[in-house]
Design a protein around this ligand. Structure first.
Ligand SMILES: *[C@@H]1O[C@H](CO)[C@@H](O)[C@H](O)[C@H]1NC(C)=O
Ligand SMILES: *[C@@H]1O[C@H](CO)[C@@H](O)[C@H](O)[C@H]1NC(C)=O
Length: 357
């Protein structure tokens, strides 16, 4: 026999049903306002290359130890320039997507993986195609054709539209191109003109991916590039410390980038585009390391930390540190996973503040 129903149980049930209905309504409204992110799509240089350079002929690689020393599940040199994961991986995981964003050229992955995240970045590239040949947008277009073949036109378009596109590029244009004098850009442009040239290139790149359907995009500014260990080492001859000339260029270029980003947002109202202020984040770490549990913000963890990166940072090089979490830099050029985690957090915070997500 069923237990006697208490008076009022019907009303309570009704109330409960109404609450559930209200909650469902609330949930659907929220989802409608801000669709789930189906994928993280990555463009740029070694700061975000998750392994494309492993399969192209280049000396710029990180597919040997101690790179990847602190990857989840144990040491694994994946080609990421760091001791662990990169910002796009951490962003992907935070959005409920896979914890690693696969490299587009990695034969171990296919279109079903790439439908949930894909990385076109390649270490060494820049905005200026004289920095290194840039095929990233061509690969992006090819990816979209494969995605349409797999998912159909409308589902593929939705993936592209709702995906978070993460762009991090520009350091090599200055440090491995302009100031290295190798490409002739130094002779061709004043630094002010070169900044304008790059900003125009960045604008063209963003307009191209917008044309291909990207709607949610983050574009990272330059870090305090004069404070990279490699630049500090070069500067040692001139008394040491950060190369203020390079930091000044970064600040001026970043200001121009921000103007360009504002202009693009005005021109394309449906493009949710956020500028990520990496410079200020890095400077916070350098000026107050203890606040972030850092003990060394001047040298890399790998080897002497003064100049080693890529093939110079290897298991035969002595002196590699034990705890990378105490360092801002993993090698002479690239941050540790700990810092990448802070950058991923900052990027997501900006995305939420500015309505990109
Ligand atoms: C860069 O690319 C543009 C357009 O694809 C091309 O016209 C130009 O020659 C290239 N410049 C260099 C230096 O490779
Ligand atoms: C960023 O980090 C702060 C402090 O740890 C945390 O409260 C916040 O939820 C993080 N934000 C995101 C988007 O992960």
């Amino acid at each position: 026999m069923a237990p006697p129903r208490r008076p009022g149980a019907g009303a309570a049930l009704l109330l409960q049903q109404q609450l559930v209905a209200a909650a469902v309504l609330l949930l659907t409204t929220t989802v409608a306002a801000s669709p789930r992110v189906p994928a993280v799509i990555v463009f740029g240089d070694s700061t975000v290359d998750t392994g494309n350079n492993n399969v192209i002929p280049t000396p710029l690689r990180a597919d040997f130890p101690p790179y990847g020393r602190d990857m989840p599940g144990g040491p694994r040199a994946t080609g990421r320039f760091g001791n662990g994961r990169l910002p796009p991986d951490l962003i992907s995981e935070a959005l409920g997507l896979p914890p690693l964003v696969p490299a587009y050229l990695d034969p171990a992955y296919g279109i079903d993986d790439f439908a949930r995240g894909v990385c076109f970045a390649s270490a060494g590239t820049g905005i200026d195609n004289a920095t290194a040949s840039v095929l990233e947008v061509e690969y992006y277009a090819e990816y979209q054709r494969r995605l349409r073949a797999r998912l159909g036109r409308s589902r593929a378009a939705a993936v592209i539209r709702d995906a978070l596109h993460v762009v991090s590029i520009g350091t090599n244009d200055f440090l491995e191109n302009y100031f290295l004098l190798a490409t002739g850009r130094f002779a061709q442009f004043t630094v002010d003109e070169f900044e304008d040239f790059l900003v125009a290139g960045a604008r063209e790149f963003l307009a191209r991916i917008h044309r291909l359907g990207a709607r949610r995009v983050t574009f990272a500014g330059l870090a305090a590039i004069g404070c990279l260990p490699l630049e500090r080492t070069t500067n040692a001859l001139r008394g040491g410390g950060c190369v203020e000339e390079y930091n000044e260029v970064a600040r001026r270029y970043n200001a121009k980038l921000q103007d360009m980003v504002r202009g693009l947002r005005a021109e394309f109202p449906k493009l949710k585009l956020a500028y990520i202020s990496v410079y200020e984040s890095f400077l916070n770490l350098i000026t107050d390391p203890a606040k972030f549990g850092l003990e060394n913000v001047e040298e890399g963890c790998c080897a002497t930390g003064k100049f080693e990166m890529g093939f110079m940072c290897n298991d035969d090089a002595p002196l590699t540190c034990d705890d990378a979490d105490k360092f801002l830099f993993w090698d002479a050029f690239h941050p540790t996973e700990k810092v990448n985690r802070l950058m991923a957090n900052h990027t997501l915070e900006v995305c939420y503040q500015e309505g990109v997500l």
